[in-house]
Design a protein around this ligand. Structure first.
Ligand SMILES: NC(=O)c1ccc[n+]([C@@H]2O[C@H](COP(=O)([O-])OP(=O)(O)OC[C@H]3O[C@@H](n4cnc5c(N)ncnc54)[C@H](O)[C@@H]3O)[C@@H](O)[C@H]2O)c1
Length: 145
């Protein structure tokens, strides 16, 4: 399968990348290192991106911003995905109080933009609304195949 993982350098996304790569799937990761914007240098994920590039066999990455509608349109126009694991997010409830508009842009509008464009592009599965649950449920399905 060809699998899109958004937030591929983050905690959940990078685990999904490694898991699906180990299973022999082609994984396309999207992450613009926005975690550094939210949490400062301690939140930088570039080390994890480098680790994935070295550890994975069929992993490619693009530093796209999921809020960038044109870029997301172009992605879905140029590639078809069998599964989308949507993990790009601002994950902290406490942080959301400090940056409510930015939080909404990423977690609500970014998610919707990716979902609507994915469906319009004819992908089988739109991104799930529960980023943590989706990979687990899909992993279970794949392991039973
Ligand atoms: N970590 C957990 O235990 C846990 C549990 C339940 C649910 N979740 C949910 O899973 C999701 C991911 O959580 P996480 O812990 O992996 O967070 P994370 O911060 O480790 O990863 C999120 C990734 O998304 C990227 N990102 C953020 N905004 C982006 C944008 N505009 N464009 C592209 N990439 C962007 C960040 O750079 C980061 O690498 C969140 O929705 C979170 O609420 C996480």
């Amino acid at each position: 399968m060809k699998i899109l993982v958004t937030g591929s350098s983050g905690l959940i996304g990078s685990e999904a990348v490694e898991h699906f790569d180990r299973q022999g799937h082609e994984v396309f990761g999207v992450d613009n290192n926005m975690r550094r914007v939210f949490f400062g240098s301690a939140g930088d994920t570039l080390w994890n991106l480098e680790r994935l590039k070295n550890a994975c066999k069929r992993f490619t990455h693009a530093a796209l911003d999921i809020r960038d509608r044109r870029a997301i349109d172009e992605l879905f126009a140029s590639q078809r995905f069998d599964l989308i694991v949507h993990c790009a997010a601002q994950p902290s409830h406490d942080k959301a109080q400090d940056i409510p508009l930015l939080d909404f842009e990423v977690n609500a509008l970014g998610y919707s933009a990716a979902g609507f464009r994915s469906q319009r592009a004819g992908n089988r599965q739109p991104p799930g609304s529960d980023a943590a649950a989706l990979p687990r449920s899909r992993v279970r399905v794949l392991e039973h195949q």
